[in-house]
Structure formats: structure tokens, C-alpha cells
Write a protein of this length. Sequence first.
Length: 373
Amino acid sequence: MDQPIDRRAALRAIAHVGLLCMTRPVLASGSSPRVVFLNPGEAVELGTGQQWQLVSRFMQVAAQTFNMQLEILYAERDHLLMLRQAAQVANRAEAPDYVVLVNEKMAADQMLVTLARSTAKVIVIHNDLTPSQRSKIGNERESIRNWIGTVTANAARGGYRLMQYLYQRQSPAGAQVIGITGDPNTPVSLERAEGVQAFLSQVPDAHSCQLAFSDWSYADSAEKARVLLARYPQANVIWAANDSMALGALSAVKARHAPVLVGGMGALQEALANVANGGLAAMVAGDYFIGAWAMVLLYDYHRGKDFATSGGVRQKLDYLSVIHRENALRFKEAVFARGQTFDFGVYSKCLHPRPGPYDFDLERLLNTVSTPS
């Protein structure tokens, strides 16, 4: 027979949980949350940029901020290896608390099905699942109950802001635009292009000459830009969907001695230095923080503050920012020289309770960096 509920005791327990959430917990050794990140990229940069190494780096900084254990498995851009790694994690006798994965090469639905037999909670970052994938396996917290959330940057807003800035730099000449994005099977690649096109459709003196797909590399982008500049001699703007491709396109512009503004997305160290020196016109920054944002959400979730109540289980975060010549050096110094001192705790709703959705404004993060004495 069920025991009667002691309502006062229950209320005291609820209040105690709330107090724990509002203070930085001191965890006993071995009791910190264990997170496995299935990183689709390379452990060492091999020509497509440092994006995925940086995602890992800032996840590690966030893990230190929150006293979380982080294990990173690199798939070396091999989706078959990524699937095997998901199976290996799912089969562990001692499951991690959380698994973070990416819908790289449209493999997330298979990984989610594989990990459904694990007790680990799963969160998807960077590339959302497509409608077709969701029609097969459902959405977060439905048939795959341990898939607790998806966290992506609003790539379309990033593309929109980049093109808006490049267009303003070309004013009053208008914009004749060449675009070079990544492979057509990567959702974020298409979203960045959609954002660019959304801005161009609103401006009467702007036109998209052609959008080309690339393999995310410097060499392929340089060759495509060379061909497209010859095909469209009136072009005065090129945008590219990552750093390597932006720098490749810039090399083609310089070889042709063309008066073309080049901008991109990613904002890695070499590209930021190039922006500061007046080469690239602008970069959209922030994608490499997406894993750290996921760590913030998992930290709060682990302590009873479910992010679903602050923006939903499927979070599309609007924080990507344009970096240009005036702010490039400050951003580069903070991220690449002082980034190990970032305090990601400023975003936690457990540590800093505030109403509404999560706000991952980059300026707040930059303000936490330690300056040299």
C-alpha cells in the first residue's frame, strides 16, 4: 500500500534542489558529469580549417568551468568511423552521462537510433536533422527518449549579416555576388546560403551571379573563384561559407587584381589576421562556441534546470557576429590568446538565474577574459 505523502517534506526537498541550482556546486571526486563528444572532424588540421579542433577546445574550457569530465573521439571526417564510435559508446558497460554528436554527412539519425539503447542522454549540435530524418525517427524526447535536445547556431542569420555588411561596404555601387558554400548535403551549408539570399532578395541593386558548392577547402575554393570571376567579370563581392574557402577565394581575387570584396564565415586565427590587415573584408564569428553552449545547457540540465523550459528542446541560437577590420584584433586576442580563461558560467541559468531563453551574446564572453598583468 502506498505511503501518504508528506507535503511539507516534499516542499523542503524542492526548495533544497532550487538552492543547489542557484549556487556553484562543489562536487565530490568522480561525481562530475561525464560527457563524450563524437567530433566529426580531424584531431589535427589537414586543410579544411581548425573549426572542429576549436569546438573541442572551447568545450574543454567549458568543462573546466563546470567541473565536468569531457572525452573527445575524433572521426577524422569519416562518417563510417563516426557510426562505429557511436556503437562503441552505446555498448559501454558504464555509459557516460551525456553524448554530444553532430549531424555530419547526414549520419545523426543512425547514431541516435544506435545510442537509444544507452542510458546516456544525447544532444545534437551544429547541424540539425533534416525534415526527412525527423520523419523517420521523430523529434527530441519522443520515440528516442534519451535524445534530449538539439543546439544549432542560426546560420541563416549569420549569412544575412555577412551579406548586409558586404553590401554596405560596396554602397552605392550595388552588389554582384558570387557565393561559395560547402557540400549540398550539410544543412548548415545550405542555411548560410539561404541567409545570404534572403538579404539579396530585399535589395534592388544586388544580384546573385552564381552559388557554387565546394569541399570546404582552400584549393577547391580558389579554383572555383578563378573560374567564376572569369565568367562574371562584373562581380564585386564573393562570400564563402568557411575560412579556408574565403582565403582561397581571396587568392583568386588577388591573382586577377579584381576590385572584389571577400567575406566568409568561421573567423579562425589566420582569417582574423587577414581581416585586420585589410585583406578579407569581414568574417562571421562564433560557430566554434556551439559545443561550449551545449555544455552550458547540459550543466544546467544535470542540476535540474531543464533548458526545454528556456527556449525549447530544439534551440536555434542567434549569436553569430560580424568581425571586421575595426574589431578583428580584439576578437582574435580574446579568443586565440586568452580563450583558455573564458568563464562560460556567465551563461548558466543555475549560476545566474534569469527569465527567458538563453542569451549567448559573444560580448559577454569576451568580457570574462583575463587580461595579462
